[in-house]
Design a protein around this ligand. Structure first.
Ligand code: MCA
Ligand code: AMP
Length: 470
């Protein structure tokens, strides 16, 4: 069963202080399943709440594809996700512009409704994710991929029901939802979701767990979370009783790993993945830490490196090539986009990650960057430069736009918009993006320029802008 048996004792899930034990979660989710069974797909308002967990589990119990919608999404992005996914019901707090009937979700409700376990090949989730251009695409993630990934990670990290998982990541992406919620449910470990991933909240969860006799043992975070904790020694110290810290979704700076080790005795293990592939490469809990190296291919997965013209790149710890993967955790394709789906795979069946990597003789991987400057990772969120530019060009004061990710100590990359136009107010333009796309996709900075650098063909030369990556 994808989510484990549902049996077991104790507080299964706590989100922002609201708790359900395992039986309570299953029977509240069964009430949702009863209402949504037979729907083509259900959209779930992805706020960090117990209701979101109940809604997602309800959809999965009913075998209905679940479409998590970013809690901070603006009107245009939300409308796109709802329409494109074909979701026919909205689960959770109503939001403007969905046009869908709302199914209330109440963690206090109880039902014994039950359905047979859906086929492993059926779609568990439709996760919207950005490309370099165009609106986000719906990645179809089958149940078998989720199950295979979670089992492989449990093995890599010795993750058992004796662990208490702590994190405060968003519940609308793979990291927070698949690993951070479905992982805890499949393994059978309690989950303490902190609502927000702040240093103080992680420290409080660690202390609270210790008081109840079951200390937070396994902590998940994106590098921005670890970097904020490393800069807050008192909170970091509270994590010294943890068993394992895990970092992923973006590169973990060496300095952060070093500072964390100094503050709490732990250097996080890293793991690497994508929405489309789930987690494919991970460092094992029992392996010596190699900061900057994300680990080896998980069981059931294979990786290879290819050069610009498809030629093999040696696994010598130095040669850089595109990382390509295949195996049990891969998605089925992008919903309704056969061409984009076909383009994502090589002719011989490997998924092109778009990440540049090196691999050493022992099969360890280091991610050295993205193949495209138009794919930005900010605070662990994946944002396509093209989708932000398209919205900016819709602002009446903006004539030309180029969006880049610039190095940022806190966010890894910070979204910067270079704009040409008349009477541009940076604050108004930033809000314009936040209200339409989502808050996390807003530029953090706007630079108004006279002209954008272009080559002889008229193409914008992003590498000549500010300190955009070379
Ligand atoms: C500021 N705010 C605004 C505006 N400016 N709201 C509206 N319009 C504006 N112009 C408000 C926000 O609403 C929010 O308010 C507050 O400012 C802070 O928001 P923000 O700036 O976004 O927060 P942050 O401090 O930059 O967030 C850092 C973070 C976040 C917490 C680390 O980036 C985060 O949660 N990242 C995780 C991303 C993730 O999970 N990625 C995994 C992808 P208020 O505070 O009131 O709400 S899955 C993946 O990558 C793969 C599979 C993998 O490998 O894991
Ligand atoms: P997303 O689809 O949001 O899951 O983002 C996937 C991308 O995040 C990958 O293609 C990588 O560029 C990046 N990523 C994920 N994990 C890591 C990591 N441990 N180190 C470096 N980059 C990572």
């Amino acid at each position: 069963m994808l989510l484990g048996s549902g049996a077991g004792e104790g507080a299964a899930v706590s989100v922002g202080g609201a708790e359900l034990d395992r039986e309570g979660l299953w029977s509240a989710a069964a009430a949702v399943a009863e209402r949504v069974a037979g729907a083509d797909a259900v959209a779930v308002h992805g706020e960090a709440s117990l209701s979101t967990v109940v809604a997602v589990v309800g959809g999965l119990l009913a075998g209905v594809p679940v479409v998590p919608v970013p809690a901070d999404s603006g009107t245009a992005e939300r409308r796109h996700i709802v329409r494109d996914s074909g979701a026919s019901l909205w689960l959770g707090t109503p939001q403007e512009g969905t046009g869908l009937p709302v199914v209330p979700v109440d963690p206090a409700e109880r039902s014994s409704y039950a359905l047979p376990e859906p086929s492993p090949e059926s779609t568990a989730l439709v996760m919207y994710t950005s490309g370099t251009t165009g609106p986000p695409k719906g990645a179809l993630i089958p149940r078998r991929a989720v199950a295979a990934d979670l089992d492989a990670l449990a093995d890599a990290w010795d993750w058992t029901p004796d662990d208490v998982l702590v994190h405060g990541l968003p519940l609308f992406h793979v990291h927070g939802l698949v690993l951070g919620v479905l992982g805890a449910l499949r393994v059978g470990s309690p989950l303490l979701h902190t609502g927000r991933p702040t240093p103080a909240a992680y420290a409080a969860a660690a202390r609270r767990g210790r008081r109840s006799g079951r200390g937070g043992s396994l902590f998940f975070g994106v590098p921005t979370v670890w970097s904020r904790i490393a800069r807050d020694p008192e909170s970091a110290r509270a994590l010294s009783g943890a068993r394992l810290l895990v970092s992923g979704s973006a590169p973990l700076p060496d300095t952060v790993a070093r500072d964390l080790r100094a503050a709490c005795g732990h250097s996080p293990v890293e793991r690497y993945g994508m929405t489309e592939t789930l987690i494919t490469v991970a460092a094992r809990a029992d392996a010596p830490r190699r900061v900057g190296w994300v680990g080896t291919a998980l069981p059931g997965l294979e990786t290879r490196l290819r050069g610009e013209h498809g030629e093999p790149v040696a696994s010598d710890g130095e040669g850089v090539g595109e990382l390509q993967v295949r195996g049990a955790t891969l998605f089925e394709g992008y919903l309704g986009l056969p061409e984009a789906t076909a383009a994502a795979w090589t002719g011989d069946g490997w998924f092109r990650t778009g990440d540049a990597a090196v691999r050493d003789g022992e099969g360890w991987h280091r991610i050295v960057g993205r193949m495209s400057v138009d794919m930005i990772k900010t605070g662990g969120y994946r944002v396509g430069a093209g989708e932000v530019e398209a919205v900016l060009l819709g602002h009446p004061a903006v004539a030309e736009a180029a969006v880049v990710g610039e190095a940022d100590d806190d966010l890894g990359q910070r979204i910067v918009a270079y704009l040409v136009g008349d009477g541009i107010s940076p604050e108004a333009v930033i809000d314009f993006v936040a209200e339409r796309l989502s808050v996390h996709k807003r530029p953090r900075e706007v630079r108004v320029v006279d002209a954008l650098p272009r080559n002889a063909m008229g193409k914008i030369q992003k590498k000549l802008l500010g300190n955009a990556p070379a």
